[in-house]
Design a protein around this ligand. Structure first.
Ligand SMILES: Nc1ncnc2c1ncn2[C@@H]1O[C@H](COP(=O)(O)OP(=O)(O)OP(=O)(O)O)[C@@H](O)[C@H]1O
Ligand SMILES: [Mg+2]
Length: 237
C-alpha cells in the first residue's frame, strides 16, 4: 500500500459516479482511485460491474455524471483537452482491435500520428519501428482482414504506442484471442510496460492475466470492493 503513495499520480478518480438512463443504472458508484506512474493494474469483476465505464471515464471518452477525473493532478477542462491528452499521453487498446479495414498494418499505425508528426517520412519510419517492436515487420503491408486475431491486436498495440503514451488503457485486450495467442499478447504488453516505464491499466476476466499485474482492483456493482497490491512482477522502477 505504501508503494503507491510514493509515486506521483497519472490518473485520479475522485468520487466518480456514472449513471445511465436517467439514474436507473449506476455503472460507477462513488469511485475514488489513484493510479501512479509506471504502475501495472488489473481491473477485474463480473460482466456489468463497471470496468469499461471506468476505463472510458479515465480516457475522457465518457464524462462522469458526478465527480472528477484528473490527469497529472489536473482536470481537463474541455473535450478538446481530452482529445489532445489522448493524442499525447494515452494509449488505448480494445477487445475488438478497432483497426481501419482498408489500411495496412503500417498505415493503421501511421494514422494515429497525423495530429503530432507532420512529415510523412517521419511517420512512416516511426510506424516501422513500432511494427517491429510488436514483432510484425513481415506483416506490415497486410490489411487487418489478412491478419490473425493476435496479429491484429499487436497492430492495435503498436498504434496505441504511436505517441509514446505514459498510460496505456486496455479493455480486455486478450478477450477475443485463444489462450496461446492471449499469452503472447500479454507478454508483449508486460514487456512494453517494463521497457517504456508506462503505466498499464488493463481490464481482464482472466485471473492469470490479473496476477501478472502489480495491483488488482475488483469491481462489484460499480464499486471498488478490493484494491490489492502484491509483490509480483510488472512494477516499473
Ligand atoms: N451506454 C450505456 N447505456 C446504458 N447502460 C449502459 C451503457 N454502458 C454501460 N451500461 C451499463 O452500465 C453497467 C456497467 O457497464 P460496463 O460496460 O462498465 O461493465 P463491464 O464491467 O465492462 O462489463 P463486461 O465485462 O461485460 O464488459 C452495466 O449495467 C451496463 O449495462
Ligand atoms: Mg466491459
Amino acid at each position: 500500500m505504501t508503494a503507491r503513495a510514493e509515486v506521483p499520480a497519472v490518473v485520479d478518480l475522485d468520487r466518480v459516479r456514472k449513471e445511465y438512463d436517467g439514474g436507473r443504472i449506476v455503472a460507477l458508484d462513488d469511485v475514488t482511485l489513484r493510479f501512479g506512474q509506471g504502475e501495472s493494474v488489473a481491473i477485474i469483476g463480473r460482466s456489468g460491474s463497471g470496468k469499461s465505464s471506468m476505463l472510458n471515464a479515465m480516457a475522457g471518452l465518457d464524462r462522469p455524471t458526478r465527480g472528477r477525473v484528473l490527469i497529472d493532478g489536473r482536470e481537463p477542462p474541455s473535450a478538446a483537452h481530452w482529445t489532445r491528452l489522448r493524442q499525447s499521453s494515452m494509449g488505448l487498446v480494445f477487445q475488438s482491435f478497432l483497426l481501419l479495414p482498408t489500411l495496412t498494418a503500417r498505415e493503421n499505425v501511421e494514422v494515429a500520428m497525423f495530429p503530432r508528426i507532420r512529415s510523412v517520412a517521419a511517420r512512416r519510419a516511426r510506424a516501422d519501428e513500432l511494427i517491429a517492436e510488436v514483432g510484425l515487420t513481415d506483416r506490415a503491408h497486410h490489411r487487418p482482414g489478412e491478419l490473425s486475431g493476435g496479429e491484429r491486436q499487436r497492430v492495435a498495440i503498436a498504434r496505441s504506442l504511436a505517441n509514446d503514451p505514459r498510460v496505456l488503457l486496455a479493455d480486455e485486450p486478450t478477450g477475443n484471442l485463444d489462450s496461446r495467442t492471449s499469452a503472447h499478447v500479454l507478454e508483449l504488453l508486460m514487456d512494453l510496460h517494463k521497457t517504456r516505464g508506462m503505466a498499464l491499466i488493463l481490464v481482464t476476466h482472466d485471473p492469470a492475466v490479473a496476477e501478472r499485474c502489480h495491483r488488482q482492483i475488483r469491481m462489484v456493482d460499480g464499486r471498488v470492493v478490493e484494491d490489492r497490491v502484491h509483490g509480483g512482477e510488472g512494477r516499473a522502477a
